[in-house]
Ligand binder design. Structure first.
Ligand SMILES: Nc1ncnc2c1ncn2[C@@H]1O[C@H](COP(=O)(O)OP(=O)(O)OP(=O)(O)O)[C@@H](O)[C@H]1O
Ligand SMILES: [Mg+2]
Length: 310
């Protein structure tokens, strides 16, 4: 089931300044399924935060449509089961962490019993129970993110929007937040995650979209981004045997006594290579598509896009 639907969304900020209008999102379409962690990636200014804000009704859309559980942002019911951790948030810093959660709970219409039970379990979950009675103004960046995550979860939301949740968090905290995201996902909830930390997104997200200049450049599973389907590494007992690959099939990148790397014109051409090895009675140990990091795939996708549009 698609819990978030974005159809041909355009968002233009009318700045009223000399620089003129800014097209933050340009005919952008996307769907997010229930129970997935969906990573939104893109350079600074690509439109990631604007996307979340339009879905939450914080900013008006210029054209197109967005829906949460089938409801448009103009319907407040669409936000009833939604949590949000904004980017660069500024919570009222005279409040304590506990005070912030209670305040958010009341804003969301929870009764005191629910607030009490939710706050204590959330404070423990985000590792902030020790600092619950300290004023937010004394919190470190990592503590702010942890309490921010807790306030995003106060209504036990079905869909959670996280804008750079691990910004400023130490490595142990990052790993803990990653684990929390997986636990939330495993409960069948949906997370939309804006992040610049590609290694983190790679290890936690199910699907990823890349935005650039307000446009959707590519969307797919993390595997689709990180697997080079037309490049294979073959481990086999080649010895000193030469392997020739016809031009129409692909080309050989490297060959050693036990390892061959090929780039194929088409994915299915791997069968031709395997047939040749079999004919030569070469013992095959493994045939695997080559993997790259999400970061490398991201850089390649963007530079390819730049080359196409220039
Ligand atoms: N309130 C606003 N008024 C005018 N322009 C805005 C406003 N908010 C965002 N923009 C512009 O819209 C574009 C998209 O911004 P947005 O914050 O959505 O990008 P982002 O992908 O979240 O970037 P970052 O990675 O830096 O967080 C940018 O050019 C930005 O300057
Ligand atoms: Mg942003």
């Amino acid at each position: 089931m698609n819990v978030v639907v974005v159809e041909e969304l355009t968002k233009i900020y009318h700045t009223g300044m000399k620089k003129g209008d800014i097209v933050a999102l340009d005919r952008f379409s996307l769907t997010v399924e229930q129970g997935e962690i969906f990573g939104v990636l893109g350079p600074n200014g690509a439109g990631k935060t604007t996307l979340l804000k339009t879905l939450l009704g914080i900013t008006q859309i210029t054209s197109g449509a967005v829906f949460i559980n089938g409801l448009p942002p103009s319907n407040p019911e669409s936000r009833k089961k939604v949590g949000y951790l904004p980017e660069n948030h500024r919570f009222p810093d005279h409040l304590t962490g506990l005070g912030l959660l209670e305040f958010t709970g009341r804003l969301c219409g929870l009764n005191q019993n629910d607030i009490d039970s939710r706050t204590s379990s959330l404070l423990e979950m985000v590792g902030m129970d020790k600092w619950a009675n300290m004023k937010i103004k004394k919190y470190s960046k990592g503590m702010l993110q942890r309490i921010g995550l807790a306030q995003a979860l106060i209504v036990n939301p079905e869909i959670i929007f996280l804008d750079e949740p691990t910004d400023g968090v130490d490595p142990v905290g990052k790993a803990e937040i990653k684990q929390m995201m997986k636990t939330i996902r495993d409960e069948g909830k949906t997370i939309i995650l804006n992040s610049h930390l590609l290694s983190e997104v790679e290890s936690v997200a199910d699907r990823v979209a890349i935005l650039s200049h307000g446009r959707l450049v590519k969307v797919g599973t993390v595997d689709e981004f990180t697997t080079r389907k037309s490049q294979y590494e073959i481990e086999a007992d080649f010895g000193d045997r030469l392997i020739e690959i016809p031009e129409e099939i692909g080309k050989k990148i490297s060959l050693s006594t036990n390892r061959l790397i090929v780039v194929l014109k088409e994915e299915r051409n791997i069968n031709y290579i395997i047939d040749q090895l079999r004919l030569k009675k070469i013992n095959i140990h493994s045939v695997q598509p080559i993997k790259v990091s999400l970061e490398q795939s991201f850089m390649e996708t963007l530079s390819q896009k730049e080359a196409e549009t220039s």
